[in-house]
Design a binder for this molecule. Structure first.
Ligand code: AMP
Ligand code: ZN
Length: 287
């Protein structure tokens, strides 16, 4: 595809997703949206386009303290926020908790507890989501936008099937579906790039010279996702879209299968299922 055409096509796809979110009243131009910025191409494109389309966005970055990689991500994010003219909030894990993600993770993995077998990305994902929600509430954000793209989502759906837990996909979609249940304690997450293929986003950022760190996270080497990504990378984008569309059709039923008893963590007060939230379970925090 020609550069001009690719830019037009990507923007058309994102506008289409966003106008659907507008119709469902999942997004509007007045409320504050925090864009979770990793430093990578997907979240940079999300921020760039939401700003271009006139949304009230601010950037939010968690500095995970992963050495040079985290430093480079932060530099690119500062550049990006200057470039598009938005405010940036940085949550520095080391400053806030005294530990980096690497340290926290190796502590969990070297413990003899039930979480010791968890992969790097699984641990990091739980902690990041907890921080998004707790810090997002402090910043009075009404939505959190992430850069998840078509490839990410198709991978997640398949991974949940391979794990034998399709019900884990019931909250997936361009907007998180557990919104009402959490009665204001859970900031809904939106994914404007939900239907956009990863390669297209990479090209888009290169053509428009959007500040991005293209290096992968050095800790994602053992991820199960990498195996699923390899498998899916051989498939055309239409197949990836079909995986998602199929799930969309059955997601109502999956919601019924899932235990819907939402409660609040006895330790930190965050929405969860069971007595404590996933983050407190990971850190073995007792109520
Ligand atoms: P990942 O968990 O790395 O697959 O990233 C998924 C999405 O989460 C990204 O597109 C970002 O929107 C967000 N994200 C990932 N890492 C960070 C981070 N360190 N700080 C803020 N947002 C992040
Ligand atoms: Zn908790």
């Amino acid at each position: 595809m020609e550069s001009k055409e690719l830019v037009k096509e990507l923007e058309r796809q994102v506008k289409q997703s966003i106008s659907k979110l507008e119709k469902e009243r999942s997004i509007n131009k007045k409320e504050k949206i925090l864009v979770a910025l990793s430093g990578g191409k997907d979240s940079a494109t999300t921020a760039y386009l939401l700003k271009k389309l006139g949304y009230n966005i601010e950037g939010f970055h968690i500095n995970l303290g992963i050495g040079k990689y985290s430093q480079e991500c932060l530099e690119k994010i500062k550049e990006l926020c200057d470039f598009i003219g938005i405010k940036l909030h940085v949550h520095d894990m080391q400053q806030k908790t005294g530990t980096s993600m690497c340290y926290l993770r190796s502590n969990i993995q070297s413990s003899k507890g039930k979480n010791s077998g968890l992969k790097n990305c699984a641990i990091c994902g739980v902690i990041k989501k907890w921080i998004f929600n707790t810090e997002g509430k402090k910043l009075d954000a009404k939505k959190i936008a992430t850069g998840h793209n078509l490839d990410d989502e198709a991978q997640t759906y398949l991974m949940n099937i391979f794990k034998g837990s399709p019900q884990l996909s019931s909250n997936l979609g361009p907007v998180s579906k557990n919104v009402q249940e959490a009665r204001g304690k859970f900031i809904p997450r939106i994914k404007p790039l939900f239907f956009v293929p990863e390669e297209m986003i990479r090209e888009y950022t290169k053509i428009l010279e959007i500040p991005v760190n293209y290096d992968p996270c050095p800790c994602s080497f053992d991820s199960y996702r990498i195996q699923v990504r390899k498998f899916l990378s051989k498939m055309p984008d239409t197949d990836k879209r079909n995986i998602i569309k199929n799930f969309d059709k059955v997601s109502g039923k999956l919601n019924k299968i899932k235990d819907t008893n939402l409660s609040y963590c006895e330790n930190c007060g965050e929405p969860c299922r069971g007595k404590t939230c996933k983050k407190c379970q990971l850190l073995d925090l007792k109520s």
